[in-house]
Each structure stands twice: as C-alpha cells, then as structure tokens.
Design a binder for this molecule. Structure first.
Ligand code: AMP
Length: 416
C-alpha cells in the first residue's frame, strides 16, 4: 500500500468543512479591507527564496524542498508566501507611479521539511496578505488590525498581539553590533546553530527554540533600547494607534521573527501561552533585495492548522452543514426519470437534493434519508406521477403536502 508522506495529510469530511468555513470568513474579510486575491506558483527559482527569505534562515538552511528539474534548473517548493508575491510585484513593475498601496492576499500551500508535530506539518496552508508602497505607521496598524480581526471573526476572542520594533536600518545595524559583542564571550554556552548565527544573523539567536530558556538570551540587550529617535517615535505611535483601535497587544522585546527581512514592526498573534498562530511585520528592504526599487512592504501570515486546532481547543462553534434539503425516493424507471429531472431543477434552484444512485429498494432508500439527515422527502410513485403530482413529507413533523410537480420549488422556497 502506498501511504501519504510524513507531514502531509488529506483534507476531507469535517476537516474539509471547517477549512472551507475558515476560508470563507478570511476571504470575505480581505475583500472588506480591499485586498485583491493572488495565487503564485508552487515552485519558483531557488534563488528567489534564498535571497528573499535569507540564506541564514532556518527555512533556507534546513527546511526547503529543493530539486533540479529536467532542464537542470534549481527549483524550490514555496516555503512561505511573501517572496513569491514580491517577485510578482517586481516582475510586473507594479511599483511605477504608486498613488495608492498595492494590497493582496493569498491562501496557499507551503512546503517545509520540518519535524512534524501537532500544528506543524511539511505541507501546510497559510492565509496571508501583503501591502506594498506605504511606509506609514498607519499601514502597520491596518495590517495588524486585519490579522486581529481575522481571529476575532473566527471566534478566537482572546488572542493578543505580541509586538516589537527592530527599528530602521541604522537602529538594526547598531543593535546587531551590540548583540555580537554581548554574545561573543559566552557563545560556546549556546547551541551549535546559535554559534553559526553569531556573525551572520545574531538577531536570530534571540528566537532560538533550543536555547529559549537560557539566561544568556533572557538577559540579552533589548532592541527597544537601541532604536534611534525616529524609530522609537514610530513604535510609540503604533502603540497609540492600536490602543485607539482597541487591539490588545503586549510588547515582547525578544520577538525578532524567523525571517531575515524584517525591519520596524514585527508582530505575532498568540492565544494564551501557546505557540504563535500567525506572524508578520514590515520588510522595507525586500523589494530591493529581489531586484526592484526601494519600495516598502508589510504583511502577515497565519497557518490554518494551528488556527483550526485553536478553534477546536476553545470549543468555538464552527457551522457545519450535516443535512440535506430533500431526498427523492424512486424505484421504477419512470420514477427514476422524474427523479433525474426533479433533482436537476431543484439543484439549479439552490437546494441540496439527493436521490438513489445504487439501485436500492425503498427500504434501503429510507435508510439513506436518515443517513443524509434530509429535511424533506418525496416518495415518487407512478400513480401520483400520472397526475403530475407528488407528496412532499416534512421528515421532522411528518406532515405531508400534495403538490403539483411545478410547485415544489415555490413550496420549498417559502418553507425553508
Ligand atoms: P512563518 O511563515 O514561519 O512566520 O509562520 C507563520 C504561521 O504559519 C505560523 O504562525 C503558523 O501558524 C504557520 N506555520 C508555519 N510553519 C508551519 C508548519 N510547518 N505547519 C503548519 N503551520 C505552520
């Protein structure tokens, strides 16, 4: 037997319904915020992610699915959404004459070679969005509010934003030097990955999962203390805006996020003490890194797996339709013909209708009525059909109504 790959799963049944519900809520929300839907290819040139996500990131060093295609090109399966969207933005020269920001959202499968565990898979879906062209702090607030509203609308009322600022390039570089000097004398006490990160990307040491509880990391210098005046003001302004918008947040000075390209605002959405449900931030240098002009960007991504797990753990009611509107029972050839055109007509009119496709007898079909949890049923019979009539039965009250064939749609419309 061929089984599914480690860290992948099939989406079907109740999980499929839950995901479709989450999809619908998130997509409708993005449309309200006036973000346009985008899909980018599952595979791209490896260089895009190496440059875009960063050669020193865990994603690129340990987690990408890289392969050579038959034309000997280096290809990588999309591990995150931002780099592909930036590639699209640059390739289509959307940076020319920007009078308003370009805002897009996506809903795509991602691939990372991680150790699978609850809420962490090798193939997973992320919902995310990006905004290009605005460097304003109000844009950061809008992105955070869109992320926050998503969880609120999904019924996760207790989420909180963890917020930090890495400052502008000057502040970030300054802080980088301070960190290197701080960690260097004791770097041997940290894990091998952190030792490699010291020169290449010391900020990453702060969110190391292995050394998270180490005193060295806990006592490390804080980004906030190294922000220049302008960056500090900006960070304070963002907090004022979030207060005004009634969005609960907490400053977390160790938050640097796993990706290389952030500056100024970084944030994560958390629920209680559990892992992040989603994260995002500002990436003003990324468009340029990927071959475009200097255009600011800011975005966010959430994983479906963790969001749905959190909804289940918090017993959020997820509306799942587990009934059909009508079951049409038919046995003889004329009954089956009537069932065929009635189902077609009723389905076109928006009703969920089933009929027998297994050549079952009436007894078996009645069992299907219960299994499908049908609200109404019609038992066709040749005698009624000769008069162009049917008897429609309410499966709950057991009340019956004799109707002409042409009146069924109207009757259901007024009674459902
Ligand atoms: P990142 O792109 O790493 O910032 O992750 C953003 C969000 O995507 C996380 O907060 C998770 O909700 C989700 N996510 C990241 N990696 C995985 C994974 N391996 N499996 C499932 N969800 C993931």
């Amino acid at each position: 037997m061929i089984t599914k790959q480690k860290g992948t799963y099939d989406v079907y049944g109740d999980l499929a319904k839950k995901r479709m519900y989450v999809n619908d809520v998130l997509n409708a929300l993005c449309e309200k915020f006036n973000y346009g839907y985008i899909e980018t290819p599952v595979f791209e040139a490896s260089e895009l992610f190496h440059r875009g996500v960063g050669d020193t990131s865990d994603i690129v060093t340990k987690e990408t699915y890289d392969f050579k295609d038959r034309g000997e090109r280096s290809i990588t399966l999309r591990p995150e959404g931002t780099a592909g969207v930036v590639r699209w933005f640059v390739e289509n020269k959307l940076y020319g004459n920007m009078t308003d920001p370009v805002k897009v959202y996506y809903n795509q499968k991602m691939y990372r070679y991680e150790r699978p565990q609850s809420g962490r898979n090798r193939e997973f879906t992320q919902w995310g969005f990006e905004m290009f062209g605005s460097d304003s702090v109000e844009a950061d607030a809008e992105v955070i509010s869109l992320a926050y509203n998503a969880y609120k609308l999904l019924g996760l009322d207790d989420v909180k934003i963890k917020l930090n600022s890495l400052g502008d390039t000057e502040s970030r570089n300054n802080y980088r030097e301070v960190l290197i000097n701080y960690f260097r004398p004791r770097i041997n006490e940290l894990c091998e990955d952190c030792q490699n990160r010291l020169e290449k990307n010391p900020l990453r040491i702060l969110d190391c999962k292995v050394d998270a509880d180490s005193e060295i990391i806990k006592n490390a210098p804080k980004t906030i203390d190294y922000l220049n005046e302008e960056s500090k003001k900006r960070f304070e302004r963002l907090q004022e805006l979030l207060d005004l918008m009634d969005i609960p947040f907490e400053v977390d000075t160790n938050l640097v996020r796993g990706l290389d390209y952030y500056n100024h605002t970084v944030f994560e959405v958390v629920l209680g003490d559990s892992y992040a449900l989603g994260g995002g931030g500002r990436y003003n240098g990324l468009v340029e890194t990927l071959g475009g002009p200097s255009v600011p960007g800011v975005g966010f991504a959430m994983g479906y797996d963790r969001t749905i797990l959190a909804m289940e753990e918090n017993e959020v009611h997820i509306p799942i339709n587990d009934s059909i509107d009508l079951y049409i029972l038919a046995v003889s050839d004329t009954e089956k013909e009537t069932a065929a055109y009635l189902t077609q007509d009723l389905r076109l009119n928006g009703f969920i209708v089933e009929t027998d496709l297994m050549n079952k007898g009436l007894k078996g079909q009645f069992k299907s009525v219960d299994r499908f949890n049908a609200k109404y049923l019609i038992v066709l019979n040749d005698e009624d059909l000769a008069k162009n009539e049917v008897v429609l039965k309410d499966n709950k009250t057991k009340e019956e109504e004799r109707l002409s064939l042409t009146d069924i749609v109207d009757y259901l419309d007024t009674h459902m």
